[in-house]
Design a protein around this ligand. Sequence first.
Ligand code: SDX
Length: 427
Amino acid sequence: MSKVATIEIDGKKYEFPVVEGTENEQGIDIKKLRAEAGVITLDRGYKNTGSCESAITFLNGEEGILRYRGYSIESLAEKADFLEVAYLLIFGELPTKTQLDKFYADIKEESAVDEEMKKILDGFPKSAHPMGVLSSLTSALIAFNPSSVNVDSEEEMYKAIVKILGKFPVLAAWTLRKKNSLPLNYGDDSLGYVENLHKMMFEKPGKSYKVDKEVIDALDKLLILHADHEQNCSTSTVRMVGSSHAGLFASISAGISALWGPLHGGANQAVIEMLERIKEDGGDTKKFMAKAKDKEDPFRLMGFGHRVYKNFDPRAKIIKKSADEVLGQLGVDDPVLDIAKGLEKEALEDQYFVDRKLYPNVDFYSGIIYRALGIPVEMFTVMFALGRLPGWIAQWREMRLMKEPIGRPRQIYTGANLREFKEVEKR
Ligand code: SDX
């Protein structure tokens, strides 16, 4: 006998089945709630509401656990490379060498971006934020790849997937090069996926490009750590847009816009700006801690807190360790790293943060590494998007293959009751 939940309303009891996941998470299946009880649930920010059943990523916020398709984030960050993890997230299994080689060959085959796309990029001022440019260019890709819109078969989905995996790094590199007034370039098929991305971003005309293994390894690890995170704001956006069958590129474009916000992926840029502000202000972290706790002050400790993690974000632990390693390897001495560590120590000992279980999240240290790798702060959230791309794709593909219904939440109306129209003379 499967477990049921009983809800009593106006003296009448209703039973609903409880679904249980493979990690013993339980959810009340309320698909018949409105039909049977005439009521809906209300849950601002969906803090207690599951939107789907998914086999891609498992996280336990209380214990600080994160796994992609059952593999711990720690083992993948240490032993896998980003393209392997992308394959794992999208198709559910770690690829054999043959599968991985074919996957990358298919991606390279589709990495050309139509020259006409450069005219769209030309229309942006250099001051445009890269996330707005990237979201626009991703959406514009549709016009040059119409076959990627109405995809119903797995084969058609696969073609759209390798197209976006091939073209997205080019768009991200062009976004940076536009800001740096550098000529727009194309990839180098002789390089690996992450090396190629880095070369497209940083190669200079007339100068030979030397692959720095330590830099590529650090970037590869950062992309893995950002690759998926179950039903976060931007992924839920990708699934919502995808549920109307608007196509993969349109769904990814919407996800980029959602990620841009400083409460979400935009936090990695906001963290560095916050740390720089503290440094400029003389490094008085206690003053900023007080501001973060002051309800009258809109200032928040960026990179701290999380909707799900009420323990250390496992990614933040790995990134913090990697920051020390990368800066050491590159001989970079970044004073904001010490400020970040001081802030973390104070927050972890402060009752306000302890009571609210606020810990450093993935965005707290990542910007320090991006900066050491020479990535400008306005591009930090683009780097997050490059990492999250396989996760968005995996979640979109799962949603489409499971034939999920179009997303359409309900509401509780609190506006005016019926009233008669009045001509303007009588108002
Ligand atoms: C990401 O969802 C994901 O998985 C996202 C992500 C992913 O990989 O996709 O992990 C990536 O988005 C990480 C989060 C990056 N954002 C930031 O670092 C911005 C700073 N953090 C906060 O804005 C906040 O913690 C959120 C948005 C991340 C979470 O907000 P919630 O879950 O809605 O929690 P809340 O705002 O209701 O906060 C609960 C309490 C409140 O105080 P009280 O009203 O109870 O007194 O904690 C306080 C908040 O004021 N609080 C903070 C704080 N975060 C929460 N106070 C000071 N500084 C903070 N950073």
